[in-house]
Design a protein around this ligand. Structure first.
Ligand code: NAD
Length: 260
């Protein structure tokens, strides 16, 4: 239980970030939610967290491509809760294209959301963490922070970049009571992944099982998806005192993918 802590989780209106925000709230943390989506759905998530876990939850609509809005999101957390003790840089998008056709604006967008936003949020949050002598920064990286796949140049570059940013910041603030780590999931079962299955079954004339094992989980030796709750449980552990000496690491949760 990490009572009286406050967390900012970017991209927490869906998938992994949503699960992390819920897990933190369950541990007693106030949370700043962030991400896009239907206003009514987001309000349902926010109000649900408050009523289920008895903590405070607020929503920041900050766009992770906009440095000014990212800083305002961190300041909103500090102003509302008195501190931002935990920062999870999680928002991310994917775009798949051969390099010669990769739209320049998509490259810029993926780098902005998946990499630069973590720089801007970390830059804004570190001073307060240093002043209080405690902090946790967790970046959602990916197996693609360690290995590549074709046609994902921007995503792989951004995720390798976030692994480097993680190590650098961890060293800079190692004596300040702040740890900085990244979690690198393989394929995680999110609505995003689930929605791809019917179309892929049709396109490749495959059964659901074939799509899961031979397409989606081809690279994942366990042949099982990671769950959002498993990623969230690791994030909670990284915030515990037991994890105070884990810093600058890239923690894989990928069913053995990057062991090959
Ligand atoms: P998701 O699509 O379910 O969630 C992404 C979140 O980011 C959403 O809340 C979305 O609104 C938010 N977002 C997107 N663009 C934004 C912007 N400009 N400003 C603010 N918020 C924005 O995806 P997910 O699968 O939960 O992915 C979360 C993170 O996990 C990403 O960084 C992704 O790269 C990483 N990841 C996912 C998988 C997987 O298999 N799902 C595997 C490895 C890593």
């Amino acid at each position: 239980m990490f009572c009286f802590k406050s967390a900012v989780v970017t991209g927490s209106t869906s998938g992994i970030g949503h699960a992390i925000a819920l897990a933190f709230a369950k541990e007693g943390a106030n949370v700043v939610l962030n991400g896009f989506g239907d206003a009514g759905e987001i309000e349902k998530i926010r109000a649900g967290i408050e009523s289920e876990f008895g903590v405070k939850a607020i929503y920041s609509p900050a766009d992770m491509t906009k440095p000014q809005e990212i800083e305002e999101m961190v300041r909103l957390g500090e102003k509302t809760f008195g501190s931002v003790d935990i920062l999870v840089n999680n928002a991310g998008i994917q775009f798949v294209s051969p390099i010669e056709d990769f739209p320049v604006e998509k490259w810029d967008q993926v780098i902005a959301i998946n990499l630069s936003s973590a720089f801007h949020a970390t830059r804004a949050a570190v001073a307060g963490m240093k002043a209080r002598g405690w902090g946790r920064i967790i970046n959602t990286a990916s197996a693609h922070s360690l290995v590549a796949s074709p046609f994902k140049s921007a995503y792989v570059a951004a995720k390798h970049g976030i692994a480097g940013l993680t190590k650098t910041v961890a060293l800079e603030i190692a004596t300040d009571g702040i740890t900085v780590n990244c979690i690198s999931p393989g394929y995680v079962w999110t609505p995003l992944v689930e929605k791809q299955i019917p179309d892929t079954m049709m396109a490749r004339n495959m059964t659901r099982e074939q799509v899961i094992n031979d397409v989606l989980l081809k690279a994942q030796p366990t042949k099982q998806f990671v769950t959002v709750d498993q990623v969230a449980a690791l994030a909670v552990f990284l915030c515990s005192d037991a994890a105070s000496q884990i810093t600058g690491t890239n923690l894989s949760m990928d069913g053995g993918w990057t062991a090959e």
